[in-house]
Design a protein around this ligand. Structure first.
Ligand SMILES: NC(=O)c1ccc[n+]([C@@H]2O[C@H](COP(=O)([O-])OP(=O)(O)OC[C@H]3O[C@@H](n4cnc5c(N)ncnc54)[C@H](OP(=O)(O)O)[C@@H]3O)[C@@H](O)[C@H]2O)c1
Length: 312
């Protein structure tokens, strides 16, 4: 594995030319990894994976108590890491400035950014409240764009660091019943892949993770528990997904669809005409009045309930 990471590193740095002024500007500060949406689910699992390496890590989310608990858990599990947990709504326009101030207070600079915070809404588009739509666009689209734009120039100048953006398998198809969520993930995938191309070889990693279903509370929050996709599609644990995502990021990959089944689904969605694809996705995503029976869904719910790594 190490050899793959080394080859990946050489590939990422093949045209790297650090600007000495930019490097000097962060002298005396420690590099930090910032994970947005790190209080639970995939963000917490990613933070745990990164903290294991003894790095300085900043966890962000909105709900203070849950976040503080997550920070304490990680700090006691990995005493070599520096864990900072601070409430911040990344959807706010001034989130980058607030994050700059937070990092400066702790003698840190942002080296790696994991744009993981995301929300979903399920239902018929015309039934969704405009405020919910605004929140989704601010969190899933605007925050990712703003934070990437804010931190990427200095990373490129220093020729180090990187950005991991959480897209989804949802990025490969329009998604009836979760239309804004699917559209937001298509935006994240497209933006990240394109920017990754612009920075290729400069020493900065820019990576989109397009994972399939992961056992977290997001499905329940978006009212998707009683759907055929929950019953039929295999879903990974947050820990497994975090491990695959972090390894792929470190190898310098640009677009990652973890898992063979997910890769096949992504490939099929791209190859299929909308006339066939859309009715299939509609059937998979439509919330049903009665519980959808399925061993996968039951097993997944059990795993989530028992899981120690993925919070709640
Ligand atoms: N689970 C899946 O099946 C799956 C599949 C593909 C992609 N993804 C993507 O992976 C990411 C994580 O998903 P998840 O399943 O782990 O979700 P989750 O369990 O619902 O966790 C979401 C996290 O984001 C935080 N958050 C939400 N809005 C925020 C905001 N405005 N500012 C700061 N933090 C915010 C939440 O905390 P607060 O609410 O306290 O802020 C929480 O910590 C998302 O981008 C999602 O789209 C998930």
């Amino acid at each position: 594995m190490d050899i793959l990471l080394k080859i990946g590193d050489m590939w990422v740095r093949r045209r790297a030319a650090p600007d000495l002024i930019a490097v000097a500007a962060v002298e005396g500060l420690r590099p930090a990894t910032v994970v947005t949406g790190a209080s639970e689910g995939l963000g917490f699992a990613l933070a745990r994976r990164i903290a294991r390496e003894g790095r300085a890590i900043v966890l962000l989310a909105r709900t203070e108590e849950v976040l503080a608990e997550a920070g304490d858990d990680l700090q006691s599990a990995y005493p070599n890491a520096t864990v900072i947990a601070e409430p911040l709504d990344v959807g706010q326009k001034d989130a980058p400035a607030l994050l700059d101030a937070l990092l400066a207070r702790h003698g840190l600079y942002l080296d790696v950014l994991v744009n993981n915070a995301g929300i979903g809404i399920g239902g018929n588009f015309t039934d969704l409240a405009p405020e919910q739509l605004d929140e989704l666009v601010e969190t899933n689209v605007a925050a990712v764009t703003r934070l990437t734009r804010h931190y990427l120039p200095a990373m490129r100048a220093r020729a180090r660091g990187g950005i991991m953006n959480l897209a989804s398998l949802a990025a490969f198809t329009p998604g009836p019943w979760q239309a804004p969520y699917f559209a937001s993930k298509a935006f994240v995938l497209s933006l990240t892949a394109a920017i990754g191309g612009e920075c290729a070889g400069e020493g900065v990693r820019v990576c989109a993770i397009a994972c399939g279903p992961v056992e977290t509370r997001i499905h329940r929050k978006m009212n998707a528990s009683n759907t055929f996709y929950r019953a039929l599609l295999p879903s990974a644990s947050a820990e497994r997904m975090a491990r695959l995502a972090w390894r792929s990021y470190r190898m310098g990959r640009r677009v990652v669809v973890p898992g063979i089944v997910n890769s096949f689904i992504a490939w099929s969605a791209r190859a299929m005409p909308y006339e066939i694809l859309l009715p299939m996705v509609d059937w998979l995503m439509k919330p049903r009045a009665r519980p959808v029976s399925g061993t996968r869904a039951r097993r997944g719910a059990l795993r989530l309930a028992r899981s120690t790594g993925s919070r709640r």
